[in-house]
Design a protein around this ligand. Structure first.
Ligand code: ASP
Ligand code: MG
Length: 449
């Protein structure tokens, strides 16, 4: 099979005409790029989420719709052939307007997915036309024909086998003739309802599609030139990482480095597709390659920070249950499909954090019925305003004294929960949101500078 590259562009990469043109240049530069996955134009998904939550006042609603329209029109205005694309955008905006009105009466997950999907549906119309005007043989494809998910609106799970079959049947042949432009983030369930993979889900879409067409490479173009040792806005001396392993990068994505959607690397790893992360604004700066095998495996690789953590502590008060307590707790969580990130346990209590990658992006709540059921079993305490700091590396505990080095640097911080041991690639802890950045800064200085 010839080289088949999938290129994904994030919201800031397709924010306006200039940004989109840079994407087109990147696509032109790599003749093996046959499939392009795009996010919504920067800011659009947030506006759509607002509409989906239900805006009561019709004028306010119209104002948001006007903003959405303006973002797209300002790009179309630069085209030589404007009519067709403007018509496509108008058609979507008309539907959007009625859905926004419906949401003002009653919002819901299913309607939200239909509304937020409009961002990617619009951006891909525009990107396709822009590419055509540059002479690229581009064609737009509605990924809902291929990206089959379950019906879990807002955070749908892909059905891998179906995606693969549908992609081979509908998408792969098209990629032989054209450069195909399609949507990230969105999919559809078996009944044809639009679904989404959760905020930031375009990366994951791109990886799922790359897997399904058996791509030989996946490029994720964003607004930072690759993965850094930590967020340079927190630690200005943070440096780019040229090469990182799948395991390390997955830990980073899972633990909050906002560069990649946490699930992105699963499909790439399954099919050993090397992933490149770079900045579409400055492609010449290079970026980070994520591969199975890498040359160096340093003890400390990077630090990631994730805010909006919800910690739930469960205590079985009279220790009467000498066994089975954890099993009961997790049975309840499983029954309500509550996904857990971190866990620490003692014999009679367990602390855990709730998974947070839902479409709203807010701190996850422990639903009242789940709480009530857990309370039949134990005392339940829920805390908000916490941040998770994750230290990523390799065989961290292999070297003596590492704990002293890490925790010594953090002696002035009140660490709420510490997890280490399950993965050789990560150590993480919770701190109060107010002091989280400081903790990252101090630790970065100690371990990386
Ligand atoms: N447009 C969606 C979002 O803003 C998906 C993505 O950009 O990855 O979350
Ligand atoms: Mg994004």
């Amino acid at each position: 099979m010839s080289a088949f590259n999938v290129a994904k562009f994030g919201g800031t990469s397709v924010a306006n005409f200039e940004a989109m043109s840079r994407c087109a240049a990147i696509i032109e530069d790599n003749p093996s790029t046959k499939l392009v996955v795009s996010s919504a134009c920067s800011g659009v998904t947030n506006l759509l989420v607002e509409l989906a939550l239900g805006v009561q006042n019709p004028d306010d609603r119209q104002a948001i719709l006007d903003k959405v329209r303006a973002i797209h029109y300002s790009i179309i205005e630069q085209f030589s052939e404007q009519e067709k694309t403007r018509y496509s955008i108008d058609t979507i905006l008309t539907t959007l307007s009625s859905m926004a009105e419906a949401a003002s009466f009653q919002s819901g997950d299913k309607l939200t997915d239909h509304i937020v999907a409009c961002g990617e549906l619009m951006s891909t119309h525009i990107l396709t036309q822009l590419m055509i005007e540059r002479g690229i043989n581009a064609v737009r494809f509605d990924i809902r024909e291929v990206l089959r998910t379950n019906s879990d609106h807002g955070k749908a799970e892909p059905v891998i086998a179906d995606i693969s079959a549908l992609a081979q049947q509908k998408l792969y042949p098209l990629c032989q003739q054209h450069v195909v432009v399609t949507q990230g983030f969105i999919g559809s369930d078996v009944e044809g309802n639009t679904t989404t993979l959760g905020r930031g889900g375009s990366d994951y879409s791109a990886a799922l599609i790359a897997e399904a067409v058996k791509a030989s490479g996946l490029e994720i173009w964003t607004d930072v030139p690759g993965i850094y040792t930590t967020d340079p806005r927190i630690a200005p001396k943070a440096t780019p990482i040229p090469e990182i392993s799948f395991s390390e990068a997955s830990e980073m994505a899972n633990f909050g480095a906002k560069i990649l959607h946490p699930s992105t690397l699963l499909p790439a790893l399954r099919h050993q597709i090397p992933v490149f992360v770079g900045s579409s604004r400055e492609p010449e700066k290079g970026g980070t390659w994520i591969r199975k095998q890498v040359e160096s495996a340093p003890q400390f690789r990077a630090l990631a920070l994730r805010n909006n953590q919800t910690m739930v502590t469960l205590r079985s008060p009279d220790m009467f249950q000498t066994y089975g307590f954890l099993a009961q707790v997790f049975n309840i969580l499983a029954k309500y499909q509550i996904s857990v990130d971190l866990i620490t346990t003692s014999e009679v209590s367990v602390s855990l954090t709730l998974d947070q990658t839902n479409t709203s992006g807010q701190a996850p709540e422990l639903p009242a019925d789940v709480k009530a059921e857990l309370e039949q079993l134990c005392l339940v305490e829920v805390e908000y305003n916490l941040s998770l700091v994750a230290l990523i590396g390799n065989k961290m505990s292999a070297k003596k004294g590492y704990a002293k080095q890490v925790f010594g640097a953090l002696e002035d911080f009140n660490l709420r929960m510490i997890c280490y041991g399950a993965s050789p690639h990560n150590l993480c802890f919770l701190v109060g949101e107010a002091e989280a950045k400081k903790a990252v800064e101090v630790l970065h200085r100690e371990l990386f500078e």
